[in-house]
Ligand binder design. Structure first.
Ligand SMILES: Nc1ncnc2c1ncn2[C@@H]1O[C@H](COP(=O)(O)OP(=O)(O)O)[C@@H](O)[C@H]1O
Ligand SMILES: [Mg+2]
Length: 315
């Protein structure tokens, strides 16, 4: 670019270290004064990071993710390198938002997520995550949930009543009883999606300028799963809207998703998937406490209320 007179210079900003990843902004100063904002994300890894592979998969598909200018795995340095468009000048992440979300923002968000899910619908190119690899693995995963719950029951700093504990136990039994069917269905890639896998509010960038659209970032946890897993994470654990509005959100998401799928995804199946993900999601606060010592009463109540309400509302 420099030899073609396009580039005046490169200015790099402060690097931010986040776990295995380092993010560093770059400004490419163009001749004439304009500049191009880029962000480099390097991730140390022995093999190509999932995120690099997923940016390759999703780039060019009908989904809004940052533009990627360079995507490689450097085997010698053992790191994945991504050079992407830095959306900081036009977007903010939605971590500061609170429920209820404004109608227009919600519609844009649901469109973004539904388009993302439609891209890998029913596809089998990604290896399955370990806990879904076999019925044995999934049962083991449920044993871990049970163990986390036992710890949570003993150590959580807030009071849950007998009814709440009965709900945890009921859900665990239901997951165990139907595990075989769940794994068979996942293995057949029957209505599976490539889900984002870490769809918390920090991983959605929303436009701060008129006319721009929201964007999904951070593809390092993308995996095969149920679309409902992402929805539970964003619309129960982060932005819980209560029973009636959550049902309206699910309906709106479903209509957009369905319009983008070649095959029929029956509403009843979607509701069954929601129930499954809500039951699994119920154990998220227990996992957080058992593994990271996080006492999050609000999160526990959101997941209990959503599970209770939607298990009833959806059959
Ligand atoms: N392309 C981007 N444009 C603007 N900001 C970004 C971009 N990618 C990441 N960020 C910011 O950096 C933060 C961390 O990046 P992310 O890819 O989510 O890494 P991590 O895996 O550490 O969560 C994000 O929450 C967001 O605020
Ligand atoms: Mg992130």
């Amino acid at each position: 670019m420099q030899s073609n007179g396009i580039l005046g210079g490169i200015r790099s900003g402060e690097a931010i270290v986040r776990g295995r990843a380092v993010l560093r902004p770059f400004n490419l100063l163009m001749e004439g004064g304009a500049s191009l904002h880029l962000l480099e994300k390097t991730t140390s890894s022995r093999t190509e990071p999932v995120e690099n592979a997923m940016y390759r998969f999703f780039s060019g598909k009908k989904v809004r993710i940052p533009k990627i200018f360079y995507n490689t795995f450097d085997a010698a340095a053992e790191e994945g390198v991504l050079l992407m468009e830095d959306l900081a000048p036009t977007h903010r992440n939605i971590a500061d938002w609170n429920a209820p979300l404004a109608a227009g923002a919600l519609t844009d968000l649901l469109g973004l997520i539904a388009e993302f899910h439609a891209c890998g619908w029913g596809q089998a190119d990604l290896p399955l995550p370990e806990h879904l690899g076999s019925l044995g693995n999934y049962m083991q995963h449920l044993n871990y949930l049970e163990r986390d719950y036992a710890y949570f029951r003993q150590h959580c700093a807030f009071r849950l009543g007998a009814e709440e504990h009965a709900l945890y136990e009921h859900c665990l039994r239901r997951l165990q009883e139907h595990a075989g069917r769940h794994i068979d269905r996942i293995h057949a890639r029957h209505h599976t999606a490539y889900i984002h896998g870490d769809l918390n509010a920090c991983n959605v960038l929303y436009p701060a300028v008129p006319g721009a659209l929201p964007v999904l970032i951070d593809l390092e946890a993308v995996r095969t799963g149920l679309c409902s897993e992402d929805l539970v994470m964003l619309f129960v654990h982060d932005f819980h809207h209560g029973e009636a509005q959550t049902m309206a959100i699910l309906q709106q998401y479903y209509d957009i998703l369905h319009a983008g799928l070649v095959q029929t995804y029956p509403w009843e199946q979607f509701m069954e998937d929601m129930r499954w993900s809500l039951m699994e999601g119920l154990f998220f606060p227990a996992k957080l406490l058992a593994h990271e010592g996080v006492q999050d009463e609000e999160l526990a109540w959101k997941s209990i209320e959503a599970c209770r309400a939607l298990l009833e509302a959806t059959g």
